[in-house]
Ligand binder design. Structure first.
Ligand code: FEO
Ligand code: CA
Ligand code: CA
Length: 634
């Protein structure tokens, strides 16, 4: 979501980790010098051999860069095609329940629950027949209620709340390549929706905790719904991990927020108006309900009968998403971050190894293990701080009765541990060859502002409107307690007038990195999310529409591959196993600066993908192929 909830969501007023030195000369050289300085510097010995061997290697991509754009279309390089499928409102393909999309948005809530949700985000392909047929599982992050209902927010009703809830969550569809084109399979026995009203099981140390119990669920073990699902990943055992991000915006907190609610960004009145017709989102009446969101959700795409699970051992956060690495002895290491200003990066290390046998054999894998939070030190090293009850400051005397309370109050625990406050951690990607872990820090205009945390080595720019990408390498294996780190790139535009908005991109300009993923060859694909309210002016004037770029992490070269329709965000990408089809999500084409469209003029900014007068713009998945059938990017 591009919504700059940072204005509301800046609830970290703890005093830890703001004392990092602002400027380290060695690091400045390193940042500005790119890989050459990096390869010879003492800060990153782990990359030296990699960079050297890369010099003789073939280029990772050969497509011709495309220019920035301000057109209402998806543009890809010569030799490629891009076609939209699975737009918001398309029937997902439940047998006997395939309501057609109504262009005036007059489908009711029950119909929406059988249709593709709104505002696509993280996405993954699960093969059924290799690269010819499979499932697409993707998040539907939030709703623009100005587009979702005829009349928008006017005459707000229980039915409109139910429709908004039905348009949230996760969509599972089956697709196949037929006659040379990818199409939805309707009906499919796999097709389904998990919405903001469907059941989820809580597992792990916080399941059943007193802070998780509500009037409707006195056991504290079953939650209705998943919310604001942002990024996603595929686990090595075949499941789908989805992050619940800005859940706080769904709750009305009333006039007397307690310190816990304030730390988690609840406000008197939330952005969505669900509490008016669904009382559980009234945090005055039901103070524990918000504790039941902000988790990483695990879904087994191949089993439509399985209830998805919220994994409390991974900690609660405004989770962008969660990504799995595997230790040499086959334990799962789950990296995650919290996309809010001055929040943290986390790592969970499972106690047990991944079992052979797929999803069912690993149903409890992510329930036992140790959560850590990251501290990035100014010398280019870092440390994972364990979040274990009774260790260090995480005691009953400091307000943590047990491990469950630490996991529910992850932010407060991280504050006490002295973790590093980051510039809004978004997606994480793990390099398939080197094991480096990359994380986008999308932007943070409050960095260095009055009464806000100062710059530090990891977040080096005041008023960081352009964002950056940080990367680290674990000391030995993924479960290591220490790491070394550096920056891949500081985003920006060399033509910007303010020095700190120029960045150090080697190649095509962009701002606000968000989605990232590696393909099997080690290309880092970078997607951007400049808010519609910031586009086309000032520092963003030359950046154009949101876009996707390819980066060769060996050299730092960045090349623009795709530009999106007007005011959209590019977010979420996946491939078929042969890497000859790429799926990319286009979220909120035509977004208005207020992020709620005018129902009288839904096509004011965009008509994508239908491109007919008056048509509502619809988030959708774009299928990208090379005309010659080759591997994407080469
Ligand atoms: Fe949903 Fe942090 O973007
Ligand atoms: Ca974002
Ligand atoms: Ca995002």
């Amino acid at each position: 979501m591009s919504k700059d909830f940072e204005q509301m969501e800046s609830s970290n007023d703890s005093t830890n980790a703001t004392i990092h030195a602002v400027s380290d000369p060695a690091r400045r050289v390193f940042v500005q010098g790119g890989m050459a300085a990096l390869a010879t510097g003492v800060l990153a010995p782990w990359l030296t051999g990699y960079a050297t061997s890369a010099q003789a290697a073939q280029p990772l991509f050969t497509f011709k860069s495309i220019p920035t754009a301000m057109t209402d279309a998806v543009v890809v390089p010569d030799g490629y095609t891009a076609e939209a499928i699975a737009p918001w409102g398309e029937p997902v393909g439940i047998a006997g329940n395939m309501p057609a999309f109504k262009a005036d948005a007059s489908n009711n809530a029950a119909e929406q629950a059988a249709q593709v949700g709104m505002h696509h985000d993280g996405i993954h392909y699960y093969p059924l027949d290799g690269s010819r047929r499979g499932l697409l599982v993707f998040n539907n992050e939030y709703t623009d209620d100005g587009l979702l209902h005829p009349g928008g927010m006017a005459n707000w009703s229980a039915e409109k709340v139910r429709k908004s809830q039905a348009a949230h969550g996760v969509t599972v569809i089956e697709i196949e390549a037929r006659d040379g084109r990818w199409q939805m399979v309707q009906p499919s026995r796999f097709a389904r929706r998990h919405t903001a009203a469907s059941p989820f099981t809580l597992q792990g140390p916080a399941a059943g905790h007193s802070l998780m119990r509500t009037a409707a669920d006195p056991a504290g073990r079953t939650v209705l719904g998943t919310l604001n699902n942002c990024a996603s990943s595929k686990t090595p055992w075949g499941t789908y991990l989805s992050g619940e991000e800005n859940f706080m915006n769904y709750f009305d907190g009333g006039d007397a927020l307690d310190p816990h609610q304030r730390r988690w960004g609840l406000r008197k009145t939330g952005f969505y108006r669900w509490p008016l017709h669904d009382e559980r989102f009234n945090a005055v009446k039901h103070p524990n309900e918000s504790n039941r969101f902000g988790w990483v959700v695990e879904i087994d795409p191949m089993d439509p009968t399985a209830t998805p699970i919220k994994r409390t051992a991974l900690g609660r956060a405004a989770h962008e998403g969660a990504w799995v690495a595997v230790t040499k002895d086959h334990r799962a290491v789950v990296y995650s971050g919290e996309d809010a200003r001055f929040e943290y990066i986390y790592k969970f290390v499972s106690r047990d190894p991944i079992a052979p046998g797929g999803a069912k054999a690993n149903r409890e894998l992510l329930d036992r293990g140790t959560l850590h939070v990251a501290r990035f030190d100014e010398d280019g090293t870092g440390r994972w701080l364990p979040m274990v009850h009774g260790q260090g400051p995480l005691t009953a005397a400091n307000g943590f009765a047990d491990q469950g309370e630490i996991l529910i109050k992850t932010r407060q625990a991280s504050d006490l541990l002295g973790a590093t406050k980051m510039d809004r951690p978004e997606w994480i990607a793990i390099h398939p060859q080197t094991g480096e872990i990359y994380c986008t820090l999308t932007h943070n205009s409050a960095r260095g502002a009055k009464d806000m945390p100062a710059t530090d080595a990891a977040n080096p720019r005041q008023d960081n409107v352009m964002g950056h990408i940080i990367r680290w390498k674990e000391a030995a294996d993924f479960d290591a307690p220490t790491f070394t780190w550096n920056h891949l790139v500081l985003a920006g535009d060399p033509a910007a007038t303010r020095a700190e908005a120029k960045g150090n991109i080697k190649g095509d300009i962009f701002a606000c990195p968000d989605g990232i993923a590696f393909d099997a060859r080690g290309v880092l694909w970078i997607q951007t999310d400049v808010s519609a309210s910031a586009m086309y002016k000032g520092k963003m004037e030359r950046i154009g529409n949101n876009q996707m770029l390819a980066c060769d992490p060996r050299t730092g070269e960045i090349r623009r591959f795709l530009t999106g329709p007007t005011n959209c965000e590019i977010t979420g990408l996946t491939w078929t196993p042969d890497y000859r089809t790429m799926f990319v999500n286009i979220q909120h084409p035509g977004e208005t600066p207020s992020e709620r469209s005018d129902p009288e003029q839904p096509d004011r900014y965009s008509r994508w993908p239908g491109n007919t007068a008056g048509a509502r713009p619809r988030s959708a998945t774009v299928v990208i192929r090379k005309r010659d059938g080759g591997v994407i990017g080469i």
